[in-house]
Design a protein around this ligand. Structure first.
Ligand code: NAD
Length: 234
């Protein structure tokens, strides 16, 4: 397989989605047929669902935490971490994943746009904190500052992804955009491709053609863990 011929002086904008973690054993949402590990997404991943049944939501995220802690970064996460060491300027890495696997592989993640499974925050005063605890039977203690309910630090349906102002500012700083394992159907990330500069080389790596395939210069189809390490070999 020919390599992507990335030059050490290239300035990369990288966007990853659930597909990059599939080979680590973390199911993508789309593959689950609209149910998330058997749950209706609105019940477990929306502010309304949390209001209605916080214990159900915490049980769901505790299961996710427990499962992801048993999973490890795969060859695709590793390849991106190695790439970072080979480039003159650090790639700008945005991920839609909440699983922390890029961080565990050693990549510098500029933004986990959809939050982080291993952080919680107060619903009212909003400051996130590291939290690997499992809450299967009891809710977390209320916020010690304001008494608000503690919720997972995840961007839920109906909420705005993080750091969009930063993304819009840095999109035009790169000369290569590399997108891995995302369907091109989750917005606003699916639109980033239309905002890069005209001279930017745009590359997609993933199992199947994304919905926004027409905007990419290159499509490399296959499992990320199998093809990305070869594609990124210098
Ligand atoms: P998505 O829209 O990013 O779709 C997943 C994509 O991955 C699909 O296009 C599929 O073809 C591709 N894919 C599947 N296996 C692959 C592989 N081995 N290699 C490369 N590509 C592969 O994401 P989604 O699953 O619809 O999830 C939507 C949102 O839900 C995410 O953006 C995220 O916030 C959250 N989510 C996160 C995780 C995680 O943190 N790992 C997992 C599921 C869902």
């Amino acid at each position: 397989m020919p390599s992507l011929k990335i030059d050490p002086s290239d300035r990369l904008f990288i966007l990853t989605g659930a597909g990059i973690s599939a080979e680590s054993g973390i199911q993508t949402f789309r593959d689950a047929g609209g149910l998330w590990e058997g749950h209706d997404v609105v019940a477990v991943a929306s502010p309304e669902g949390f209001k209605k049944d916080p214990q159900l939501v915490w049980r769901f995220y505790s299961e996710r935490r427990q499962h992801v802690l048993e999973c490890n970064p795969n060859a695709a996460h590793d390849a991106l971490a190695v790439l970072e060491q080979q480039l003159t300027s650090k790639p700008i890495l945005f991920t839609q994943n909440v699983d922390n696997l890029h961080q565990r592989a050693g990549s510098s993640v500029l933004s986990a746009m959809h939050g982080n499974l291993f952080k919680s925050r107060c619903e009212k005063c909003a400051i996130p904190f590291d939290d690997e605890q499992l809450y299967f039977d009891a809710l977390p203690q209320s916020c010690i500052n304001c008494g608000g309910a503690i919720r997972p630090d995840i961007v839920w349906f109906g909420e705005e992804p993080r750091d969009l102002n930063i993304i819009n500012a840095v999109l035009r700083c790169s000369n290569v955009m590399l997108v891995v394992g995302t369907s091109g159907r989750v917005y606003p990330a699916a639109d980033f491709i239309r905002k890069v500069g005209k001279q930017t080389r745009t590359i997609y790596v993933g199992l199947e053609r994304p919905a926004n395939a027409a905007y990419f210069d290159e499509l490399h189809l296959g499992k990320a863990g199998e093809i990305l390490p070869e594609l990124l070999a210098f």
